[in-house]
Design a protein around this ligand. Structure first.
Ligand code: 3PG
Length: 403
């Protein structure tokens, strides 16, 4: 894919797609601005090269509580950049277009939530999206399109896949960093590769595991959280009715046949030998085969075994916690695997900063061997070896085809 080094971006008018979709509280206030901070480098580089930059992003989805305007986002970008960022309460209307036309070199605008335009919610191929109002109204006002929104790269929406067919286009620095860091999981020489998959998004995770196994990407898959419980049950381990009830309520039991098929195929999936459980408010450790309490974390023997696998790995992927990390008493399993990953020799890819901030805010991270991805759904798709529409579109961009 073309990067910002491959096309001439100096003193141009640049349309920059970022993903500053952030969690907000009940009053609509941003509670985690890490995605905003991630894009500051790209914006600064473009402005320093004499470009004028118009930022576009979505926030939430229509109908949801976090579907809000980008006014606060503009203030935060301005604070971190230490430059004025003008918020434009419009997306493609005459006011927005006038502001874009008037924008001078080194100026920065942030247009309002791109999902105010209903076309942005449609998933369709680039050839269709290049004809949308959104692309036809905005593209003629720009010289270049840069996509830095890795976290939205799994969506085939106009602001992601339409512009590359209309303008010379490139990937921004966040996109470039994500793609080159994550590509290591496909590098055949970097073995063994260990995937530590936990958390509660079991339906998504089993899909990733199926892909990892089919494409032989993972040398070992260490399970935690509800993912581990699913595979324990699929193996025939009796986790007692309390845990089964929880799995049933979450619709996880329906995944047992898929989990069993994976295990029977000889897939390298590890399940806990012991669990940390809660019984009447007390914390206990129990062997997986004799669980009587409610499972809240992996046990200490399992944490030790997982850590020894992780220490020898060349690439470690951590996605989702091993236990209920919101509760201080059930953080130790996740802390152990994180510590082993950071102390080991391998390259570490962590899905989402949430796990780190929940475990240890002051943890020192060596960015040469640790990559913290901004992606949620995009990361999952990438890890599954599926193609990301944003990258496909960039590779079709008008710059490439004229080369
Ligand atoms: C995300 O948070 O994963 C991205 O911003 C994409 O958001 P979406 O799932 O609403 O498309």
């Amino acid at each position: 894919i073309p990067t910002m080094d491959d096309i001439d971006i100096r003193s141009k008018k640049v349309l920059l797609r970022i993903d500053i979709n952030s969690p907000v509280d009940e009053n609509g206030k941003i509670i985690d601005d890490s995605r905003i901070k991630a894009h500051i480098g790209t914006i600064k580089e473009l402005v320093d090269k004499g470009n004028s930059v118009v930022l576009i992003s979505h926030q939430g989805r229509p109908g949801d509580k976090d579907f809000i305007s980008l006014e606060e986002h503009a203030k935060l970008i301005s604070k971190y950049l230490d430059r004025e960022v003008v918020f434009v309460e419009d997306v493609i209307g005459p006011y927005a277009r006038e502001m874009i036309k008037k924008l001078e070199n080194n100026g920065i605008l942030l247009l309002d939530n791109i999902r105010l335009i209903s076309e942005e919610l449609i998933e369709a191929p680039p050839q269709q999206h290049v004809k949308t109002f959104l692309v036809r109204k905005l593209a003629p006002l720009f010289d270049v399109y840069v996509n830095d929104a890795f976290a939205t790269s799994h969506r085939s929406q106009p602001s992601i896949v339409g512009f590359p067919l209309a303008l010379p286009s490139a990937a921004g620095r966040v996109m470039e960093r994500e793609v080159s860091a994550l590509a290591r999981i496909f590098n055949a020489e970097d073995t063994p590769k260990i995937f530590t998959l936990g958390g509660g998004k079991v339906h998504d995770t089993i899909r990733i595991i199926e892909n990892l196994v089919r494409k032989r990407i993972a040398d070992r898959i260490l399970t935690g959280g509800l993912v581990a419980e699913l595979f324990s049950v699929a193996k025939g381990i009796n986790l007692n009715p309390k845990n089964m009830e929880i799995l049933e309520k979450l619709g996880i039991l329906s995944l047992i046949p898929r989990a069993r098929k994976l295990l029977l195929s000889g897939a390298p999936i590890e399940i806990p030998v012991d669990y940390k459980v809660e019984i009447n408010g007390n914390v206990m450790e129990e062997p997986a085969s004799k669980v009587t309490g409610v499972i809240k974390d992996i046990g200490s023997t399992t944490a030790e075994i997982y850590s020894s696998f992780i220490k020898d790995a060349k690439v470690v992927v951590l996605r989702g916690p091993m236990g209920v990390i919101e509760d201080e008493r059930f953080k130790s399993g996740s802390k152990s695997v994180l510590k082993a990953s950071l102390e080991g020799q391998g390259y570490v890819i962590i899905g989402g900063g949430h796990m780190i901030s929940a475990l240890d805010k002051d943890m020192k991270i060596d960015s040469s061997k640790v990559h913290i991805s901004t992606g949620g759904g995009a990361l999952l798709l990438f890890l599954s070896g599926e193609r990301l529409p944003a990258l496909e579109a960039l590779s079709m961009s008008v710059v490439n085809s004229s080369d």
